[in-house]
Every structure is written in structure tokens, then in C-alpha cells.
Design a protein around this ligand. Sequence first.
Ligand SMILES: Cc1cc2nc3c(=O)[nH]c(=O)nc-3n(C[C@H](O)[C@H](O)[C@H](O)COP(=O)(O)OP(=O)(O)OC[C@H]3O[C@@H](n4cnc5c(N)ncnc54)[C@H](O)[C@@H]3O)c2cc1C
Ligand code: SF4
Ligand code: SF4
Ligand code: SF4
Ligand code: FES
Length: 696
Amino acid sequence: MLTLTIDNRQVSVAPGTTVLEAARRLGIRIPTLCHVPGLEPVSSCFVCAVQIEGRRGFSPSCAMPAAEGMVVTTASTDIRKARKMALELLLSDHAGDCVSPCSATCPAGLDIAGFMEGIARRDVPGAMEVISRRLALPGALGRICPRLCEQQCRRLDYDQGLAIGALHRYVADEDGRAKQPYLPPKAAESGKTAAIVGAGPAGLAAAFYLVQMGHRVTVFDAKERAGGMLRYAIPAHRLPREALDAEIGVIEQLGVEFRMGQRWGRDFRLADLRKSHDAVFLAIGAQQAQELRCEGEELALPALEFLEMVAAGNPPAVGEDVVVIGGGNTAIDCARAAVRLKTRSVRVLYRRTRQEMPCLLSEADEAQVEGVEIEYLLAPVQLERNGNRQLSLTCQRMELGEPDASGRRRPVAVPGSEFAVRCSTVIAAIGQAVEHEVAERDGLRVTGWGIAADPRTMATNLEGVFAGGDAVLGADLAVRAVAAGRMAAVSMDQYLRGQAVTGEPALAAVNMKPMDDAERAVMFRAIEQSARVRMPEIDMARRRTTFDEVETGLPAEEAEREARRCLSCGCSKSDCCHVRGLASEYQADAFRYPGARRRFTQDLSHPEIVYEPGKCILCEACVRIAAEEGEEFGVAIVGRGFDVTVAAPFGKPIAEGLRKSARRCAEACPSAALALRSARTCGGCGMSLIAGPSIG
Ligand SMILES: Cc1cc2nc3c(=O)[nH]c(=O)nc-3n(C[C@H](O)[C@H](O)[C@H](O)COP(=O)(O)OP(=O)(O)OC[C@H]3O[C@@H](n4cnc5c(N)ncnc54)[C@H](O)[C@@H]3O)c2cc1C
Ligand code: SF4
Ligand code: SF4
Ligand code: SF4
Ligand code: FES
């Protein structure tokens, strides 16, 4: 036996034992990638680097035999840097997408391919379970989200992108109609309490996840009912209240308590909540209407007031000719609501051009289809009463000048271009701001947008107080509010359990942007072209006279057909790839060493596995396993320089090289170069990056 010291602890091992094995005997974890227990080491990845006293630089512990009196260090800043660099080099030419481009773009990080798979299998509860892990209110969001994800769908390069929003709405609606809608499981009670101020999408999402984590959650809101802008602003023709009620009902069923009619600053102060609860989440949105800043503006109807009355089924008398000032979602919603109130003309006046409009352009298109006129480069100058029921709005023409702080070109007035517009009502819809006075009064730091909060943890300057959604970002999008609510829940859970508040662990990810034509040809070679599903709509007469929902939802067979169009992009081992796991743990920057990456290619010759050479890290695990299993041809490292990879000899397909050992190789492969076709995880090691990287 020989005795060596590792991290100041002595261990005696038999001759021939490696430093890695000796360390493991002491329970010391050294990361590995190319090491395969029982096989000869190749020491190609270098992530098992350690320092050995008397030796220069670093040594690969998997290949280094232990020696008498050896003194080994396995953890230091320098070792961490060396391992990080080894990982960054491995990722620098990696041809793969760890996460599908659609999921990477969804602010909530929804596993889109995952829930599509559920729909395609007709497993609505399964799809709902996948959705619920990352996205609260999927039915509401499926209706109103601008679908940032769809703009990145891979199929856009081939035929038409997937209808992702419509599909998660389909799952939520179907689930809601089921005898027993999906109810996520709850962790054991923690005995801790959380207060949430604001029952809009951000507050509801935080409540949804916090209650699942085992905490007692109480939501305080100034209004009578929960939902925030989704209930009090967005008209029912886009989001029927029953759909919203059903999703809020699930949150109530999980045990969240709602205390409505309670206004922060009037009915309670932050100090009260901090005394009565262990943590607080502030999600008061951006609810303060911005001023029109023109003479006579008091004659205009504020957009939120108008929309709230419409939502309550008690619309104001707006007369026949309505003018809406603004270019955001609020303006378009006001215009589309006004169309439904027996008006003769509805005009939207916007001071820039269509290109700069902050609303969803599809919404502007729908408004125009319903008869709304949108006029650009016009700004209000003066509003006057002109007779009993008439108003006169003086407008001025604008032209675009230099870009302003927002990057959009600044509208500049054209002198002498004023003209008057007669109308019965002017609705001012030029945006909302955060009411930050109440926050400042209670000791919170604020920014130009709203309450100041760390973008990763959502923590504010006050201990145990978190903030998110529009209250932090200023008027924004519901999906970002929902994402912020979930992120805040993760941080609050850490805080409530006395852990370091670090927020959700950031997972390393590479992507294949841009792909060239040859790569696209490989990706789409076995796929038939097919058109995107069309969302059915009610007829125009009903659209113009009722607040019935315009888009009626996909029938089951259409939804299933659409889900089957999904290519399941992203990596099949994204949840269990050891390279990604270590890159995340070592916070490796996948783009640290920019330059050409390898080409994306695929070998689909084997019925059980897929081989993607561009993801191979040349660990030779498969080479050694194939040799051990006595494969006739086996695989070997071939090629030179940049093109070096693993392949079967004589240009044979992988199916011939790995006739007997394909499954074992796919399970041992530390990246997704070799992956099983059947599962979205390799199944071999049981590692889950979602639970946090913990690979031995
Ligand atoms: C007309 C309109 C149309 C929109 N259309 C879209 C769209 O199509 N797609 C999209 O993604 N987004 C859209 N949005 C934006 C979206 O609604 C918001 O981004 C989202 O609602 C923000 O969620 P939140 O929870 O942060 O805030 P909010 O939804 O504003 O909720 C805040 C909650 O806090 C409560 N509250 C406020 N102050 C207090 C206080 N002092 N004490 C107690 N409670 C308080 C409010 O009553 C409210 O319930 C639209 C917004 C508007 C106004
Ligand atoms: S929430 Fe929006 S961005 Fe995310 S998947 Fe749904 S439609 Fe796409
Ligand atoms: S094909 Fe499916 S997985 Fe790929 S980008 Fe489109 S929706 Fe996402
Ligand atoms: S394909 Fe083989 S050599 Fe390449 S990473 Fe996977 S196991 Fe290692
Ligand atoms: S060099 Fe040791 S595990 Fe790769």
C-alpha cells in the first residue's frame, strides 16, 4: 500500500490506483468527462485537473497514478480556472442547441418541445404538467402573449413556424374542461409565510409557485378581483374572463389566500407586512396613466378608466366618432373596444410610424380588419369642447428626426401643419407608469422605470422584500411578469429556507446561430412540408357588435396535427449532458473563444441512437466501449485538425460501427454526440440539471 495526502487528508491505496480513485475513496469529488470507470484512461478533456506538489502546472487525476508521499490539491482558484477554460474550449466549436430556439426566446423558458410531445401523444395532463413547471396562466398567455417564441421557430426556415401560443392555450382550455384539472403537487409545509402585493400576472405567478414550495401565501390587492390588467384592461374579445377565472381558481385551490380591496399605502404599509410575514413580493404593476400633455387634456377619457368600464360590462357613452391617441396595446385595445360600442368611426392617432408602434402589429392589423383607421405622424396639440356633445382635437403633423433614448426616431413637429379633427370622444392611451411614491415612502430604492430589483433574484434593497413584473420594468408584457413572478418565488424560497439568495441557477447553453444552407438541409431532410394550423375566428358581424372572443381555439385534431409538426429542436440530453452540467457548475462562457464552429450533421443509420459528430468532445468512451465489446468495425478517431471526430472505419455509418454497443455508448457519451432516440434524457446516469448539476 502507498499513502498520499489529498486536500490535507491522508489515504492509503494499492499501487496502480489513480489520484482520481484515491480522492473518491476520501469522498472528494473531482469532475470528469472522458473518464469511464474500468476502461483505460485517455486524459483528453482535462476537467479532472488537480495540482500535485513538486509538479508544474496541472495533472489529469484520472490518468495520474498515486505515489507514496504525493501531496494533491483538488480545489483552488487556479484549478477552477483551469477546469473552466477546459470546458470553454470544449464548447467553443460545439455544433448544437442546448435549448431549442423557441424555448430560449420565451421569457418564461417554457419547454415547448416537451409539451408539444404531450399534445401529439394526446396526453393533455402530461402536457399541462410540463407547462405548469415554468408557466403560470398558460391559457391567458396563449391568448395575449406576443409569441416571441414563434419568431424563432426553426420551421420558419422551412415552411411555417409552429402555433405555440395557440397550443398552450389548447392544453389549458382542455385541462380546464377535464373532470379533474391538473393540480401541481405541493411540497411539505415549510411553516413560513409570504405576502404578495398585487394580484396581476406577476403576483399570481409568484403565488402559484410559492404555494407549491410549501409556503403559506397571502395576496393583497387594491381591486375587488384578482387578475390585474388581464381582468381590468384587456377586453374580453381577446381574453374572456372565464378563462382567467379558471386559472385563478387553480391558484385558490392550491391554498393561496386573497385579501382584496387592500391598498398598499392606504390600508397597510410595507413595515406591517414585513412584521406579519417572513417575505414580501411587490407586484403592483404600472397602473398610473401618463398625461397627454396637451391643452384641454382633462376632456379626454383615460384609457384604463374606459377599459375598466368596458370590462365591467358598463361602457361609457362614447358617441359615434372616437379618436384614440397612442400606439401601444392599450390604444389598440381601446380602439377595438370602441368598434364594438356602435360607433361610426374609430381612429387611432400615433405620433410615429407603424414601424415604431409599440403594440403587437398583429393586433393593429386585427383592429384595421375590424374597421379602425390608424393615422401616423400625428400629435395632439389642443382639445376643446365644440358644442354639446362634440370635441375638437387640434393635431399637428410630425416627421421623424434623430433617434431618442429608446432608440426610436424622435417625432418632430412640422410647423404650420395644424388641423382640427371633430369627434365625440378622445381616449388618451399614451402609456402607464409605476406609482413609485408609495415604494419610496416605505424605503425602497427606485429607478426611472419602477422599483429597483436585482434582475436575477428580484431582491430589492430591503431584506426579505422582492419585486417584479411591470412594477420593476415599467409597462411591459404579461409573459415577462409571469416569468418574474416565478423567478421571485425561487429566490424567496431560498430566502425562507435560510439559503443564499442566488435565484434560479443559470445553465450554460450553446446555440447554432446562424445555420448555413447545408445544415438546414440536414435538419429538414426527412421532413414533409406542411402548413401552420389556422386559428378559427367568429364572423365579422359578431366581431363588430359583441365582446365574444374572436379566436375560438383549436379543435383537438388540429392541435394534435400542429404539435406533430414540431421538430423537437434542442438537445435530447439538455437535462443530463455532463458537459453542460459542468459548464454550468463552473460558469463557463460557451462563447469565450469565438470562431468557426463545426458543422451540424446527423447520422440516423442506427435504429436506437442518433449520432451528431459536431457535439463530440473526443473523449473516446465509445471507442473504448466498442473495442471492449468486440465490435467487428468499431469506431475510431478520424480526420485532422478542425475536422477530427469519431467515426466507423471506411466511411461506414455508425450503425455498422456500433452494432452491439450503441446503447451503452449513448449512455456513456458525456455529451449528446451519441444519444438514444427514444427519450429526451439518456437514462443512463440519472442526472438532472433541473435539480442542479451534481455529477460525480
Ligand atoms: C390595455 C392593455 C393591453 C395589454 N395587452 C397585452 C398583450 O396583448 N400582451 C401582453 O403580453 N401584455 C399586454 N399588456 C401588458 C400586461 O397586461 C402587463 O404587462 C401585465 O399585466 C403586468 O403584470 P403585473 O402583475 O406586473 O401588473 P398588473 O397586471 O398591472 O397587476 C398589478 C396588480 O397590483 C394591484 N395594485 C396596484 N397598486 C396597488 C397597491 N398600491 N396596493 C395593492 N395592490 C395594488 C393592481 O390592482 C393589480 O391587480 C397590456 C396592458 C394593457 C394595459
Ligand atoms: S408564453 Fe409567449 S413566448 Fe412563452 S411559449 Fe407562450 S407564446 Fe411563446
Ligand atoms: S420546431 Fe418545435 S422545438 Fe423547434 S423551434 Fe419550432 S416549436 Fe421549437
Ligand atoms: S461520440 Fe464518443 S468520443 Fe465523442 S463524446 Fe461521445 S462518447 Fe466521447
Ligand atoms: S482528462 Fe480526466 S476525465 Fe478527462
